[in-house]
Design a protein around this ligand. Sequence first.
Ligand SMILES: Nc1ncnc2c1ncn2[C@@H]1O[C@H](COP(=O)(O)OP(=O)(O)O)[C@@H](O)[C@H]1O
Ligand SMILES: [Mg+2]
Length: 364
Amino acid sequence: MRVVRVAPRSFRNLADEPIGFGPGLTVLHGPNGAGKTNVLEAVFFALTGRSCRTRREREAIAFGSSLARVEARLEPDPGDDGEPLTMMASISGSEARRRLVDGAPAEPGDDLRRPAISVFMPDRLALVKGAPAPRRAHLDRLVAALHPARAGLAREYGRALAQRNGLLARARRGAEAAALSAWDRALAERAEPLVAARAAAAAALAAPFARAASELGLDGSAALAYRPRTGELDAGGIAAELAARRESDLARGFTGFGPHRDEVEVSVGGRSLRRYGSQGQQRLGLLALLFAEREALRAARRRLPLLLLDDVMSELDPERRARLVAMVDDGGQTLITATELDHVPAAAAGLAIADGVATAEERR
Ligand SMILES: Nc1ncnc2c1ncn2[C@@H]1O[C@H](COP(=O)(O)OP(=O)(O)O)[C@@H](O)[C@H]1O
Ligand SMILES: [Mg+2]
C-alpha cells in the first residue's frame, strides 16, 4: 500500500489543497518555514491520528481555526491485492478526535491495512539519546511488524505487570501477600516469550545496523545489542528471582525486575551512543536503526514501511547523500524533505513547497 494523496484542511500552514505523492522517492523541497515538515506530519496524522512532532496534536490546528483534518488516499502497489483505502483524522480545539477509515470509525485492525511508518525527525532523537522506555517500545513494534503473531506479547506482559504492581501496592497496605507467588509465576511466564521475541528481533537488526551505520559514515564500528534485565533466565528462573526480590519489591511498591527494565544498547567504538555520542552521531545512529529495521523487514518478506525523512541531507556529504538515496531506492515509498533539491541526488519526483502550497514537478 502506498499513499497517493493527502488532503489537509486547516492543518498548520498548509493550503487546503490535495498533495499527491509518487510511488518511490518524493523530495519535498523549499525554504525554511515553507511547510515541508508539516506535510510529513499531515501524512502521519491522517494515517495514525497522532502527530510525529508533538504530543499536543491541537497545535496542528491552523492559527485561527477550530478543527484540523487530513484525509489520505492509499492504493495498493502494483501486484499487491489490497483494496484502496481512505483514512481520515481530525482534532478540534477541545481535543475532540475522530478517525475514519473508509468513512466508518477506525477500528484497531484497520492499522494493519496501512503501511507501518518509519520517521526520522530531529525530535525523534530521544529514541537514541533518551531513556530506555521508548527503545523498548520501538523494539516491540518491530517484533510485531516482523511477526504479527507476537504482537500481543508486550501487552500481555504489561497487563500482568500492572496486576502484580497493584498487588504489591495493596500488600504494602497490609493486605495478604500470599497471592504474590501466583503472580510471580504469571509474570515470569509472560516475560520469557517477550524476552525471546525481543532477542530475535534485535538479532535480526544487529548486522544490518552495523552495515547501515558504516555506509552512512558513522565512524568506528557501530553495534546494537539487546540487554535483557533477566539475562539468560527462563520462566522458572525469573519466577525464582521475583520471589527472592519480593521484600524489596514490597518496600518499593512495584516490580523492580523483568523485561520492563530491558535496554537496547547502541554503541559506537564500544561506547554508548546515548551517553557519549555527538548530536551528529546520534542522528546517524537513528537513521541506521531505521534502515536496519527496513532490511530486517525485507528479509522477513514483510511490507516495507512508509519512510518519512525530515531534513537528513543537511549534515551528510555528497557521497553519503548518494548512499542514502541508494538505500531508500528499494521499492518502498519515501518522502524526504530538503532545503535544496540538489541535496537529493538521482532521479526522484519533486514537490516544491512554498508558503504551505505544494507544487508537483516533473520527474527529473
Ligand atoms: N498551527 C499552525 N497554524 C499555522 N501555521 C503554523 C502552525 N504551526 C506552524 N505553522 C507554521 O508552519 C511553518 C513551519 O512549517 P515547517 O513545515 O516546520 O517548515 P519547514 O519547511 O522548514 O519544514 C511556520 O511558518 C509556522 O509558522
Ligand atoms: Mg522542517
